[in-house]
Ligand binder design. Structure first.
Ligand SMILES: Cc1cc2nc3c(=O)[nH]c(=O)nc-3n(C[C@H](O)[C@H](O)[C@H](O)COP(=O)(O)OP(=O)(O)OC[C@H]3O[C@@H](n4cnc5c(N)ncnc54)[C@H](O)[C@@H]3O)c2cc1C
Length: 422
């Protein structure tokens, strides 16, 4: 495989761009693999990559019904942060952020990770107290976190709506400077290329349509490209987990599938250097600016369950209202594109990385709408779980029994309603 570096770019520039290898192969499916990962999104591809890189397991297939990055992996607003407070989550997301910090070098693929600060606006003393508790916990446990007063915030981001008649008056901000954004497609392609170069078969246009099991084990997967067997099978099919779970005859999961939309405006000159987020009562909004200049933003779920990858119009209005209330200068900017993805929303807003009732089946699910930032650590720990057949201690409570054990990892404190866990 051609290594990407300044010299190969220069040399190919001189020689007609003929010296590049394919980024990944397009192999025919084999019938038997050591590990089959269902789902060629970021979590599936990262898992395959770390199975090969960390555990030397290369007899692996990633089975994807569409194309790489065609799911949520390529549809999200790309916010990466690790400002989680609860045990388990905190270590997990901090590990993920550390992997992000070196990901381009590790993959030899520029994922355009840009550490530009994640700025959560605060609108009440109660919100400030809650943020101080969270951000002090982060500092005490080795991550980075800052509280900005209003003067600092005005200096850093002058064009937010600080006016006396602002709909959501701002009193300060909680900031994580190492947080930022990355190019989502590049993450999928980088992991795919890294996994493929170590021998993993990436099988696109290969939908799993049936899951056969016997004596408590998955025996084979029926796919649109033939029957495939894996000694171990991992599900990483964000938003479609309930479907696969039912194919495996396992009943219902504590997960609902909801839709989330993203929006991009026409390109603008540099306007916003940070990721800015606010949430007040029913309003929830986040925004950053892409390298091409488009304002990339989103808000809440569409508020009803569906597997359709398209959004509804009331949320367009809702998000537009949030945008103009916090950044009035966007009032006359035109919306270029918007789309939706399908979210695995769990009852407590937290993910599952665990074994399942079937001996050789492993579950990677329930990422709610925070799974982009999680993808490196998710792949890392899922590969570890599959390779060693036991969860890492930090995942002790991220399994399907946590509700019956009374463990509730509700980071947002929103209660047992999946659609409220943003
Ligand atoms: C609009 C939007 C904004 C978001 N913003 C953020 C954000 O700012 N920050 C953040 O951290 N997270 C964000 N997320 C969440 C994040 O994108 C997801 O949690 C994450 O991408 C899910 O993991 P994945 O990449 O593996 O999923 P996907 O890319 O969806 O991968 C799952 C794959 O499984 C495949 N599949 C499904 N069924 C089958 C089958 N039967 N057979 C074979 N393959 C199958 C699908 O085709 C899909 O490609 C956002 C999501 C959306 C939709």
């Amino acid at each position: 495989m051609t290594r990407y570096n300044a010299w190969t770019v220069f040399w190919n520039g001189l020689t007609g761009q003929k010296g590049w290898d394919r980024a990944w192969r397009d192999p025919e499916p084999r019938t038997d693999y050591e590990v089959v990962i269902v789902g060629g999104g970021l979590h599936g591809l990262a898992t395959a990559y770390y199975l090969a890189r960390n555990h030397g397991i290369t007899n692996v297939a990633v089975v994807e019904k569409g194309w790489l990055g065609g799911g949520n992996g390529g549809r999200n607003t790309t916010i990466v942060r690790s400002n989680y407070m609860l045990p388990g989550n905190r270590q997990f997301y901090e590990h993920s952020l550390k992997l992000w910090e070196n990901l381009s070098h590790d993959l030899n693929y520029n994922v355009m990770f840009s550490q530009r600060s994640h700025v959560t606006l605060l609108h009440s003393p109660a919100a400030r107290d809650a943020a101080a508790r969270r951000y002090n916990t982060l500092r005490l446990t080795g991550s980075d976190a800052e509280m900005w007063d209003l003067e600092t915030l005005k200096r850093e981001i002058p064009h937010l709506n600080y006016g006396p008649d602002a709909r959501f008056p701002i009193i300060g901000a909680a900031v994580q400077k190492r947080a930022g954004t990355a190019r989502h497609d590049a993450v999928a392609w980088g992991y795919a290329r890294g996994a493929d170069s170590r021998g993993v078969d990436i099988l696109q246009n290969c939908e799993v349509t049936g899951v056969r099991s016997q004596d408590g084990r998955v025996t084979e997967l029926e796919t649109t490209r033939g029957t495939i067997r894996g000694q171990k099978v991992g599900f990483a099919v964000a938003g479609n987990t309930s479907r696969l779970w039912q194919m495996a005859g396992l009943g219902n999961l504590p997960i609902e599938t909801h839709k989330l939309q993203a929006f991009v405006s026409e390109p603008l000159k540099p306007l916003l250097d940070q990721v800015v987020v606010f949430g007040v009562g029913g309003a929830h909004f986040y925004i950053s600016q892409s390298d091409k200049g488009g304002m990339v933003f989103g808000g809440d779920l569409d508020w009803y369950k569906s597997y359709a990858q398209r959004g509804n119009l009331p949320i367009v209005q809702d998000v537009a209202e949030c945008a103009t209330s916090i950044l009035p200068c966007l009032g006359r900017v035109r919306l270029l594109r918007h789309w939706a993805g399908v979210m695995d929303m769990s009852m407590d807003g937290t993910f599952f990385l665990c074994k399942t009732p079937l001996d050789n089946l492993y579950l990677n699910a329930g990422w709610n709408y925070g799974g982009f930032k999680a993808s490196p650590a998710s792949g890392w720990y899922f590969a570890d779980l599959i390779a060693n057949d036991r969860p890492d201690p930090i995942l002790a409570d991220h399994d399907l029994t946590r509700f019956e054990r009374g463990v509730n990892i509700d980071e947002r404190g929103a209660g047992p309603d999946p659609k409220l866990h943003g």
